[in-house]
Design a protein around this ligand. Structure first.
Ligand code: NAD
Length: 295
């Protein structure tokens, strides 16, 4: 399959689509903000007029959109993917959305002969640019087998975890772990600063030990510089935590720490910081303790 449609060219979608162009696939792209398509068109992609138009030109359609309502609109809405898709087209939604929404959209796609995978990613913008994302996939094995070479151009690990929706369940697990890690890091670095110990030195001293992690390595340097340019916006993490809490409630699973982190994220949003990188969780702790970690 060589003809790929790509819908949603934001922080993540743009570099992911660029990697597919570099790999030699024929891309048709679309974003509701038309200037977001310019760089891709310069790189050799065709400018799509709508989701319908993209699907009509493509064997595989990839979506990389903020949340469930955007994916519903782009796929099921007027001028959307299902209006243009032929039976046999494969839809790969790489957005992080509610698992139940993935299952509902897949059911409607199936009625049109379109097979769907949910394939959210982890790794953020740097790994999207490098083509080294972790990709977690739900959906039929035979559909996965047809597109896994395409996914491998965007990620260094591509893992099928189960049926449709299970990619997004895995992503929720990922997002709980990331949010709680950033909160723990923030709590610890603010404590160290208040105690008069240089937080940069604390980071360097502990990063090779048991407390070290990919999250610590990626986010501590940003927090220590007070550089909260996204990256991964707080508002997107609120969206993921809302999906995690909803899913937990549906299943009757207590997730107490996720509940606390959600309150921290909400406080930051109220403070006008929804557009900051989620490493900005540290600002919540800095305000409470009346101290700043940045030197
Ligand atoms: P973004 O807001 O930067 O990009 C989303 C793009 O979708 C925008 O360009 C927007 O104009 C476009 N869009 C919205 N509705 C549309 C529609 N109906 N039709 C066509 N285009 C539409 O978001 P992002 O940071 O690229 O994130 C995309 C997804 O990836 C989210 O689900 C996010 O949670 C997930 N994610 C993001 C990161 C990260 O670090 N940014 C990391 C992992 C996963």
């Amino acid at each position: 399959m060589r003809k790929i449609g790509f819908i949603g060219l934001g922080i993540m979608g743009k570099p992911m689509a660029q990697n597919l162009v570099k790999a030699g696939y024929e891309l048709t792209v679309f974003d509701i903000l038309s200037e977001r398509m310019d760089d891709l068109v310069r790189a050799g992609a065709r400018r799509g007029a709508s989701g319908k138009d993209v699907a009509a030109q493509s064997e595989v359609v990839i979506t990389m959109l903020p949340n469930s309502p955007h994916v519903r609109e782009a796929v099921l809405g007027p001028g959307g993917v299902l209006e243009g898709a032929k039976p046999g087209t494969i839809l790969v939604d790489m957005s992080s959305i509610a698992p139940l929404a993935s299952q509902e959209i897949a059911a409607q796609a199936r009625e049109k002969g379109v097979a769907m995978l949910d394939a959210p990613v982890s790794g953020g913008e740097p790994k999207a640019i490098a083509g080294t994302l972790a990709i977690m996939v739900g959906g039929p094995q035979e559909t996965f087998d047809q597109v896994k070479d395409i996914l491998a151009k965007m990620g260094s690990s591509v893992t099928r975890v189960g049926e449709i929706g299970s990619g997004n369940v895995t992503k929720l697990a990922n997002q709980i772990i990331v949010a709680l890690n950033i909160a723990a890091m923030s709590e610890a670095l603010v404590l160290a600063t208040k105690a008069g110990v240089n937080p940069e030195k604390v980071f360097q001293a502990i990063r090779g030990g048991l407390a070290g992690s990919a999250v610590l390595d990626a986010k501590a340097p940003l927090a220590l510089k007070g550089n909260f340019k996204p990256g991964f916006r707080i508002e997107l993490h609120i969206k993921d935590m809302a999906n995690a809490l909803d899913t937990a409630h549906e299943l009757g699973v207590p997730v107490p720490l996720s509940g606390v982190v959600m309150q921290i994220l909400q406080a930051l949003r109220t403070d006008g910081k929804a557009g900051n990188d989620h490493s900005g969780i540290i600002e919540f702790y800095e305000q409470l303790a009346k101290v700043q970690v940045r030197g």
